[in-house]
Design a protein around this ligand. Structure first.
Ligand SMILES: Nc1ncnc2c1ncn2[C@@H]1O[C@H](COP(=O)(O)OP(=O)(O)O)[C@@H](O)[C@H]1O
Ligand SMILES: [Mg+2]
Length: 397
């Protein structure tokens, strides 16, 4: 079976590829010419089986190579097309955009060529699988849980990161947290992560077109979930558009059971876009009058704009019986019941500074129980109960 097709006038390179393929399953079919076929059909008609990998070796004109890559990207996107040559990084980006899946240094040795070919075969299999699932009936999408509040410093990041840890226990590696506080996001710090890639990479053209590329940009957290952190340079946030955020959340919801979104304070444009993609909104309020009033006005605006997600969870954070406000006062001001109350606790402040969310700890104090009650609200069994039970009154202790 010809898993590999090589087009090149360079017989020495042909020998190298042949040696590399002996370590892999399948054979190579070589065309010792510098002329590339007019389109995918012309090439495939000359073969008995469709190949998994096509290598365009030395001696092929670059514009012809890119033309063929573009055609294959449209006609047979599952086939991995590899270009062998010495190119500068700008050209490599251009080649990838055209549909080239990998670039091979022509001075590579047999082992290196074999490695690249093996990776190309794996990419082929993954894309085949994706095609098969794409042609199957659409699967249920995951929950997109956004954590919002008009005011800053009320505990959004604390709540979002603890939800991620809690859901990571229910659905290991089926959870991703996205930091959409693009300018001053601190999910990375709250989770003690030093990410190699950020939201900026995740909204790039290559990631938005290929979910496998997107997944390669996620950072794994040891508690069993993925994180997509904010860019380290606040000025880079300006480059991200609402359409890119909507696409990103849609892709992630197609891959993960739970997508958790931490947001910037207020109702910025990207926050509103995220809200429109959310199945669940977690509204966080502190136990102070400005925070409660802010939440009330925010919810009023969103009701008028008609962009309130289907399921609402109101979290009263930093609950304190001595704060001079009762739960009933707060509910009357917000115009909605408080679903979960999380006490003010030194352990939370401590956990932020250490970068270890409290739900990662073993002991169960009132703070941890509060977060657990919130996490439980995303458990399918809990959600199956009648709606009247969904907003039970909480007691402040
Ligand atoms: N329940 C709590 N008890 C004590 N401190 C808290 C609590 N929740 C949050 N904090 C602290 O408040 C600060 C702001 O929290 P953060 O989650 O970053 O808010 P936001 O994301 O809304 O700006 C952090 O230092 C955090 O440790
Ligand atoms: Mg925050």
């Amino acid at each position: 079976m010809n898993r590999f097709v090589l087009i090149t006038p360079d017989s020495q390179f042909d020998q190298l590829v042949r040696s590399a393929v002996t370590g892999l399953q399948g054979d190579v079919r070589s065309f010792l010419t510098s002329t590339v076929p007019a389109d995918a059909r012309q090439l495939l008609d000359s073969l008995s089986d469709a190949p998994e990998v096509i290598i365009l070796g030395p001696g092929i004109a670059v514009d012809e190579a890119l033309r063929l890559a573009t055609i294959f990207d449209v006609q047979c996107p599952e086939i991995s097309l590899i270009l062998a040559g010495e190119y500068d990084p700008d050209f490599v980006v251009q080649a990838m955009r055209a549909g080239v899946r990998d670039v091979l240094d022509p001075t590579a040795d047999v082992a290196q060529i074999r490695f690249v070919l093996d990776r190309a075969c794996q990419a082929y299999s993954a894309r085949r699988r994706n095609q098969q699932t794409a042609s199957a009936p659409p699967q249920d999408k995951g929950l997109v849980i956004g954590v919002f509040s008009p005011k800053g410093g009320v505990g959004k990041t604390t709540v979002a990161t603890n939800i991620a840890v809690g859901l990571g226990k229910i659905a290991p590696m089926d959870v991703v947290i996205v930091d959409l506080d693009l300018q001053f996001g601190d999910v990375a710090s709250a989770l003690c992560l030093d990410p190699e890639h950020t939201v900026l990479d995740a909204v790039s053209i290559s990631a938005s077109q290929d979910t496998l590329v997107l997944k390669a940009f996620l950072t794994v957290h040891p508690a069993g979930f993925y994180a997509l952190c904010a860019p380290t340079d606040p000025s880079e946030a300006d480059h991200v558009t609402p359409a890119q955020v909507a696409r990103l959340l849609d892709q992630l919801a197609g891959e993960f059971r739970y997508v958790i979104v931490d947001s910037a304070p207020g109702l910025p444009e990207l926050g509103l876009t995220a809200l429109e993609s959310c199945t669940d909104a977690v509204w966080v309020s502190g136990m102070d009058v400005p925070s409660v009033r802010g939440l009330r006005s925010g919810l009023d605006v969103l009701k008028r704009l008609d962009i309130l997600p289907e399921t609402r969870h109101v979290v009263l954070n930093m609950g304190d019986p001595k704060a001079g406000l009762s739960i009933r006062d707060i509910e009357a001001s917000i115009g909605a019941p408080v679903d979960v109350s999380i006490p003010r606790s030194r352990s939370v402040a401590f956990s932020t500074n250490r970068g270890i969310p409290v739900l990662q700890q073993a002991k169960a104090d009132r703070t941890i129980k509060g977060f657990q009650r919130l996490v439980q609200r995303f458990d399918p069994q809990w959600r199956a109960q009648p709606a009247r039970k969904a907003h039970r009154r909480v007691v402040l202790r």
